[in-house]
Every structure is written in C-alpha cells, then in structure tokens.
Design a binder for this molecule. Structure first.
Ligand SMILES: Nc1ncnc2c1ncn2[C@@H]1O[C@H](COP(=O)(O)OP(=O)(O)OP(=O)(O)O)[C@@H](O)[C@H]1O
Ligand SMILES: [Mg+2]
Length: 509
C-alpha cells in the first residue's frame, strides 16, 4: 500500500495538558483508517493538526514522502487534505453551491465571477457522486445532519481532496444514513481517496475500516489491521485495562419504585406547531410518567423526540392538548416556567445550548443549582461547589487539567459530560434527557446510565429521548415510539424486545 500521509512524533501541548505525546501515524492511498480513543484522547486535536487548524509543537508531517508544513487550512487543502465538521454551522446562510465552491471563489480568479446557477451546475456531479438529490440552491441551514455531512464530502471532492478527515460523522445519523455514508466512503476508496474516521462506535471500525489506531491520553497505543483485532480488544486498549462487565448497566442498577396514585406528569393529546422549519409537528401524544419511572421515547431522526422535549419546557408552540403536573393542569410558556414546575431539559445540541464556554468547568457544573447551594442565598460556598464538581469530574471521568479551566478548552465528549453533570446536579423532579450519551466514550456512557438509573430509583421521573435502541431498552420502564410526530405505540418494557422495536421503527438496523 503506497503511503499518502505520514506523521512522526507529533506533539501538541495546551496549558496544563499534553494533548498529543509524539504520535506516529500513516495513511495509505485509498485506505480508511479509523481513529479511536476515549474522550480527550487527542483524536480531534490530531485531525486539526493535519488540517492546519492547529500547529504542532513538535514532529513532522509528510505527504507523498515529502516533508510539509501545514500552517493553515488553506495549505492543507492545497495538499488535498480536508476535514468535515459535524455541523456546517459557520455558513448556514450559504447555498450548497456557494458552500462547495467557497474556497475556489476566494482563491481562484476563474471562479470569482461565476454566478450561483453556474456553481450549481458545476456542483451537480459531486452531489450525484455522494447520492444527494437536493437542489444545489438549498441553504445549508435547511439541510439535515446527514445531508450536511454529504455536502461536505462533495465539497472535498470538488476541491480535489485526497484525504478526507471525518470527526464523528455518524453521531447524528440514523442507521440507514450511516449505511449510505459508508457506501459513499467505499466509492471514495475506489477513486483512491483516503479517509481518516474518528468514531466512538466500535462496530463502525469493523464495518468500514481497513486499519485502526488507538489513542489513549495523547499516546498512540497501536495501529492494527482491522482483521487482527476484536471489539473487546479495542475497548481494552482504549480504556487501558481489562474489560469489566459494564455493558449491561441499566435496569440492573435501578430499584423498582412504588407507583403512586397521581402521575408526576401527564400529557393528553398534545399537538404542536414547529418553531423551526426542520422540525416536525407533534400530533396527539398522550402518556403518563410516574415518580421513579424512566420513559424512553424513541424513533428515527425526525420522529419528534426533540420536539417533545422542547414542548414540555415551553419552547415549542402547543396548539392543542393538556399537560398535568401532579394532577394539576399547567401551562408552560418558557423554560423558566418549566423550571418552576421542576422540569429540566438536557438539550441535544449541548455546545450551543448547554454551556457557558468562557466559564470554568466547575462554574458550569454548579451554575444552574447555585441558589440552592448558596448559604443564605448570599454567599457562594466554594468548598461545597468544589466537592460537587470533583464528584462529577471523577465519576464521569471528565478530562480537564483542573476544575478551573475554561470549558471551551475541553474535548467534545468532555464538554458533553459537563452539561450532563450540571443537569443532573439541578436534581429536578422531571428530567428530560435528549440523546444523553451520544459522542460519549464507552466507560462514561455506562457511568451515565448508572446515574440515570440511580436518579430514577431516588424518585425522579425521567424522560429519555434517544435513538439508541439499546440504551432505551437498557433503561426504560415504558417506551413511547414516535414516527413523523405521531405516537405509534406506548409499551411496557416487558412487551418489547430488540427485534420488535426495530420493526416498529421501520428501520434497517
Ligand atoms: N483549545 C484547547 N485548549 C486547551 N486544551 C485543549 C484544547 N483543545 C483540546 N484540549 C485538550 O486536549 C486534549 C485532547 O482533546 P481532543 O479534543 O483532541 O480529544 P478527543 O479525543 O477528540 O475527545 P472527544 O472524544 O471527547 O471528542 C483534552 O484533554 C482537551 O481538554
Ligand atoms: Mg473530539
């Protein structure tokens, strides 16, 4: 296999952390090389370095055997290296065509004067290649997550990309969208395009990878041919110790709570009007949630899970139906009202909605619950805050140099853990968790499941919005299945098994 890209001894230091400790890596022509590791292992940092977003403190990069200095994303692109982002958030108002040729327009005279319709024409064949049949004049913001991914691949191809780096591309995709993306990757290989794929889903290593490299705490633990490793072996290498039995955490950690006469929450015949164009209206949802219960709400992307979460905190317009809290009819107009009723929602988009990026890890964790831990509501009890923050940092294995460090310095998964910590710490009566473990590494995922189960045992009511059916089945007492905003079934956990649920969802899994 001829080598396309090599790195030797890449070191990247941040204040208080060495994110990469001398990483050697190589990528063959037409190879899919998967990069795995726990949250904070250095995966994103590595991709940013070979894409010129960060510069290394030490080490060398070679492309086709020649030493290169990649000091800007533009330089990386010239060398044929691009990075797809999980969300193309920077350019929401551009059309697909504009987005695809943005770099070309800036850097090439021949493109500068082209009109949008001409760009659209040029972009067509790349969009076709990735199997996208959307109009190239569609705005980026109106695309679904899967489509955004594919547009970015199309753009990389249009730019003559030879190495496409993908940082957790599948975390917001449904199974069939993932299969589609993987088919596109197979086509890319045929064109000798190489892919570096970062993922937390170990199954994907075996589905699509040729080789896999494991990073742990900034060090390369090893590179293997996929045919030479097993799932268990990889997880052990990632966590650095033998695999303990943490797969089946969930109901095992949950005590049965006696069902009370009045439900904590009752929703009757709920209808909504979407607040965003990509959202679906909810049409006639009815369910109850008792103290100590976990209600799993599942469905494919676009089924209405997030919309339900938002409706319950007053962020979606309710057009019909009633909500009762402990038997009393309530009207929830906004998240502040919801808080008063003891309802708290953990959003899916945690970077944008969940964190104050300029504050420290500790402040983020204690911020929402600060009034309850303030002595006399006047003084902050810093010692107590420290203890609370330390507890979560340890339990969720939040990788940060110290609790004082600003949250924007954390890796993606560790940021998510901070949002989860702060949400759990508010200890609301009703906790709505939207995809609580996506992007989170395996050991923290099990720890979060354990905490969810413990909270329910303590009498909280939990609504778990999740497209991860294994998670739903592991934790829920009842499962509400949604499709296009409609309730297609409400089941007791005992009535369901994995196959039945998959059938109900109508998904190809
Ligand atoms: N801008 C930054 N400033 C300071 N520290 C940073 C910065 N970016 C990353 N780090 C630190 O470098 C380490 C590696 O982070 P990186 O984002 O590469 O992890 P990751 O493997 O991508 O994790 P995840 O799976 O959570 O996305 C972490 O300890 C992180 O806190
Ligand atoms: Mg990352």
């Amino acid at each position: 296999m001829p080598l396309l890209l090599q790195t030797r001894g890449i070191v990247k230091k941040f204040p208080g952390t060495i994110a990469l400790k001398g990483v050697d890596f190589d990528l063959g022509v037409g190879e899919v090389h998967v990069l795995v590791g726990q949250n904070g292992a250095g995966k994103s940092t590595f991709l940013k370095i070979i894409n010129g977003i960060l510069t290394p403190d030490d080490g060398e990069i070679y492309v086709n055997g020649a030493k290169v200095f990649i000091d800007s994303p533009m330089k990386a692109k010239k060398l044929g290296i691009t990075l797809t982002h999980q969300e193309a958030t920077l350019t929401p108002n551009l059309t697909i065509a504009e987005y695809m040729f943005l770099t070309a327009k800036i850097s090439r005279k021949s493109f500068a004067l082209l009109r949008n319709s001409e760009l659209a024409e040029l972009g067509k064949k790349y969009l076709e290649f990735v199997g996208l049949s959307v109009n190239p004049m569609t705005k980026i913001k109106d695309l679904r997550a899967a489509e955004k991914q594919l547009v970015q691949v199309a753009r990389a191809l249009a730019e003559g990309g030879k190495v496409i780096c993908m940082d957790e591309p599948t975390s917001a995709l449904t199974k069939s969208e993932v299969l589609h993306l993987f088919n596109v990757i197979r086509e890319l290989k045929k064109k000798d395009v190489s892919v570096i794929l970062v993922t937390h889903k170990i199954d994907e290593v075996f589905e699509i990878g040729d080789r896999v490299t494991v990073l742990r705490d900034g060090e390369k633990i090893g590179t293997f041919n996929v045919s030479e490793v097993t799932h268990e072996k990889l997880v052990e290498l990632m966590i650095g110790k033998p695999l303990v039995e943490f797969y089946e955490v969930g109901m095992a950690a949950k005590k049965k709570v006696e069902i009370q006469a009045t439900p904590l929450l009752e929703v009757r015949n709920l209808y909504t009007t979407p607040s965003l164009p990509i959202e679906v209206p909810l049409k006639g949802l009815s369910f109850t949630l008792y103290k100590g219960e976990i209600l799993g709400v599942t469905g494919l992307l676009g089924a209405g899970k997030t919309e339900l979460g938002k409706a319950l905190i007053g962020m979606e317009k309710i057009t019909r139906g009633e909500i009762y809290i402990e038997g009393k009819r309530v009207r929830i107009g906004n998240p502040v009202d919801a808080r008063k009723y003891g309802i708290f929602y953990l959003p899916e988009d945690r970077n944008r909605e969940g964190l104050v990026l300029l504050l420290s890890v500790r402040d983020n964790i204690v911020l929402p619950s600060i009034t309850s831990i303030c002595k006399l509501h006047l003084l902050r009890d810093l010692k107590l805050e420290q203890r609370i923050a330390d507890w979560y940092i340890k339990r969720l294995r939040i990788v940060a140099p110290s609790p004082e460090v600003r949250v924007d310095n954390l890796s993606g998964g560790n940021k998510q853990k901070v949002v989860i910590a702060k949400t759990l710490e508010t200890r609301p009566k009703i906790l709505i968790l939207d995809e609580p473990t996506f992007g989170i590494d395996i050991s923290a995922k099990m720890e979060i499941r354990r905490i969810i189960a413990e909270l329910a045992s303590g009498g909280y009511g939990i609504i778990l919005l999740s497209s991860d059916i294994d998670e739903v089945l592991a934790l829920s007492d009842k499962v509400l299945v949604l499709k296009d905003g409609v309730q297609i079934g409400l089941y007791q956990r005992e009535e369901l098994d994995r196959d039945k649920l998959i059938k109900l969802l109508g998904a190809k899994v």
